[in-house]
Design a protein around this ligand. Structure first.
Ligand code: SF4
Length: 368
């Protein structure tokens, strides 16, 4: 599968928790940026058929209608599969009916909308300027325009937040009647406003209880938990994100974007100045087989179904056990297996990173 991620870094407002590659929208930079993006695509793209396209940011929906038209004309150069999944990230503050119609016209068939929470005080804390009513309004409008494949992004684990607050968010989410939700715990990344202000994370126990509640409620209402932070109605898993979790190849175009082509992973510059001058790449590295398998392992176990034994063997011509002592984790009950798959025991999903990193380190010592 070939996938394409395109990054639009502009935002009208900067959120207090944001660690993404973004900058304030300034009209004078948009066309030079899109021109540079076009050149980067022409340089790197080899005409492969594209199965998933994802325009993220930043806030791509803050572009004007004319700027969006220019972006879509660039994107039209990709050779797309007839079943392409084409996602566009929308910010409730600047998506309009006119823009939604334009997205639809250019073949976007999946929307990802940043909601984060319905609680006024937490929206203020996150420095998001929308209201609950705006979210309902935009989603109804999107459905009217013709979109049915819609994701909403939510967050939890805000300071002083109670489990009941998270429950309210989930109940209000259910009223939206959309088939996909991503639920991320608030992480205080260095250089964000929250971090600089000295905000403290909630305790791990409360975080874990909130996560458990979220999983239980969503499952109860028919959402399949298919990745650590992602839940969907049957048939609505994000094919684009599955490319990442399946450790498959993808192009990343735009400021700060990263890509994985053949055995090379690359990361683009975060400097607008350099990007516009055509110095796109910040670094690139050729991965060893060991690195590739490590990625397969760390990404693959994010999926609740885990890693397919058959796929693993056909990719690497070895069994997972030949690389890592997974039987130990199976014995300890942290990993489970059936005939086809090896997966994290659902009871350990919350601490899976520690488990997997521990095993990788152990294997390194054994191989020293
Ligand atoms: S809208 Fe998204 S990218 Fe922009 S500042 Fe907020 S979180 Fe960051």
């Amino acid at each position: 599968m070939r996938s394409v991620y395109i990054h639009i870094p502009f935002c009208e407002n900067i959120c207090s928790y944001c660690d993404f590659c973004k900058m304030y929208y300034q009209k004078k930079w948009v066309i030079p940026y899109l021109n540079a993006l076009q050149k980067e695509i022409l340089n790197r793209y080899h005409g492969e058929k594209i199965e998933t396209l994802y325009i993220g940011g930043g806030s791509p929906s803050c572009l004007t209608k004319e700027e969006l038209e220019r972006l879509f004309k660039i994107i039209n150069k990709f050779r797309k599969s007839s079943k392409v999944e084409f996602t566009f990230e929308c910010n409730v503050e600047n998506i309009t009916e006119e823009k939604l119609k334009l997205l639809y016209k250019y073949g976007v068939n999946r929307l990802s909308i940043g909601v984060q929470t319905f609680h006024k005080k937490y929206l203020k804390f996150l420095q998001r300027n929308h209201r609950k009513e705006d979210v309902y309004g935009i989603i109804n409008l999107a459905k009217k325009v013709g979109f049915s494949n819609i994701n909403v992004d939510f967050m939890y684990a805000f300071p002083h937040q109670k489990i009941e607050d998270v429950e309210t968010d989930i109940r209000l989410f259910l009223e939206l009647d959309v088939p996909h939700i991503s639920m991320y715990s608030l992480i205080l990344e260095p250089h964000t406003k929250l971090y600089i202000n000295g905000t403290k994370e909630i305790g791990e126990d409360l975080d874990a209880s909130m996560y458990e509640k979220i999983c239980l409620l969503l499952k109860k209402y028919g959402y399949e938990h298919y990745e650590v932070s992602n839940f969907c109605k049957k048939g609505y898993a994000s094919l684009h994100n599955l490319t990442y979790w399946n450790n498959e190849h993808y192009y990343g175009f735009g400021l700060g974007a990263s890509g994985y082509i053949a055995s090379m992973r690359y990361q683009n510059t975060r400097s607008l100045h350099n990007y516009i001058k055509g110095n796109y790449v910040l670094y690139q590295s050729i991965l060893s087989k060991k690195d590739i398998v490590e990625h397969e392992w760390m990404l693959g176990f994010r999926k609740i179904k885990g890693i397919s034994k058959k796929n693993f063997y056909s990719k690497y011509h070895k069994h997972m056990n030949d690389y890592y002592a997974i039987s130990k984790l199976i014995k300890e009950g942290k990993l489970q297996e059936n005939q086809k798959q090896i997966y994290i025991n659902p009871q350990y999903i919350y601490v899976m990173n520690e488990i997997l990193i521990g095993l990788l380190k152990e294997s390194e010592h054994e191989n020293d």
